[in-house]
Design a protein around this ligand. Structure first.
Ligand SMILES: [Zn+2]
Length: 140
């Protein structure tokens, strides 16, 4: 029996040679599949089991794929989306933390947020964007 499992392990490692394997995106989509399976427990959401199955097939396809370039491109796109979401949450967290001392002004030209000390109410402020040097005027 021990021989059988060591043979199986060896055969699997031979099978996986040259294949992409698992990465950050694989782990995330596996978690998404588990969430879908949990949701499918509830009667009106039974169809989530098919979504979970599709996600698991996609995850397995990615792991067993030999096209590393395409999988790395997918991972790069995933990281770009993830970074955008994480940075948005960090900005919201910072805005909430500094709500009594600072304001955040969005540059209409480059969409960068500029953090400045909270000016007195009813005052007109002029800010120069540190990224694109655009001048922003705002009433407080
Ligand atoms: Zn700007």
């Amino acid at each position: 029996m021990r021989n059988f499992f060591s043979d199986l392990s060896y055969k699997f490692s031979v099978f996986m040679q040259g294949r992409y394997g698992r990465d950050e995106l694989s782990r995330t989509i596996t978690i998404a599949a588990i969430v879908c399976l949990v949701l499918s427990i509830f009667r009106p959401l039974h169809f989530f089991v098919y979504i979970a199955l599709a996600i698991l097939i996609w995850s397995a396809y990615r792991s067993f794929s030999k096209n590393r370039t395409a999988r790395e491109r997918e991972l790069e796109a995933y990281r770009k989306i993830k970074d955008t979401i994480v940075n948005k949450f960090k900005l919201i967290k910072g805005m909430w933390r500094d709500r009594n001392t600072h304001i955040y002004v969005k540059c209409p030209n480059c969409r960068t947020y500029v953090r400045i000390s909270k000016p007195p109410k009813g005052k007109r402020i002029r800010i120069t964007c540190p990224k694109c040097r655009n001048t922003i005027e705002k009433n407080t």
